[in-house]
Design a protein around this ligand. Sequence first.
Ligand code: PXL
Length: 282
Amino acid sequence: MSPSLFPCLTIAGLDPSGGAGIIADLKTFAALGCYGQAAVTAVTVQSTVGVRESVAMDGGLVYRQAAAVMDDFMPVAVKTGMLGNAAVVQAVTKLLREYKPEYVVVDPVMLSTSGMPLLNAAAVPVLQKELLPLSTLVTPNLPEAETLLRTAGTDVTGFTETFSGDNKEGNEEEKKEWLHRLSQACGGAAVLLKGGHAEGAPTDYLYYNGSFRAYPGKRIASRNTHGTGCTLSSAIAAHLARGMNLPDAVGAAKTYVSAAIESGAALFSGKGHGSLNHFFEK
Ligand code: PXL
């Protein structure tokens, strides 16, 4: 089927090294048979070694880039990544309220792998209160989830422990309760809590419609993992755009990301954390 049947828009930052941000998103859309569209929220200066600087776009310009696309060739799914500051978060909120795309996947990107803030502190409450309630799915990692819970005024004692180390097995009721709280912190949106920051084999948890599903993964030895989160959220958006239901879209996206990491491990790609291989041979 023609990719133009499945337009997907990413609203995210430019990573010129091609590993993360809109370049990773567009590669993912293309690999999964979707037509990619992109509105840039920030230009970062970085290599595989780290982020050197980051310049945010004006909020109005972000809105106008996406609105021009949406007025003309409405995406079925929108994915958001790095948003940078509160003005951009507000611009994206206004856009989603006005255009109401069918699916919105929000990757609440906060920090780069090398520790550079990709969303400033003042923007976090705006993201949590305004943007997340408009989304179909929010995909935080453990530290981002903890920040979102705190921002919503939830006591986070025991949260990270419930999803790490010895507690990873069992505790179904406790996990469900935390995932419910996390979903509430996201205005009732479905959440995919990514377990990659915990030790050992990573398990991701999808909470939607009042129940949760665990997606056990295996840890793949590779330093070329830059842009994994960007790729996962884009792959979910692409599968939703192609008509899959949410739990299947998450499963298919995880399978895609794992294969892209595995295949990317052996590629030469810079001195630091290189890219996944989005176009691995099937
Ligand atoms: O992986 C998070 C991320 C998202 N977007 C951009 C980035 C990064 C990490 O460096 O640069 C633009």
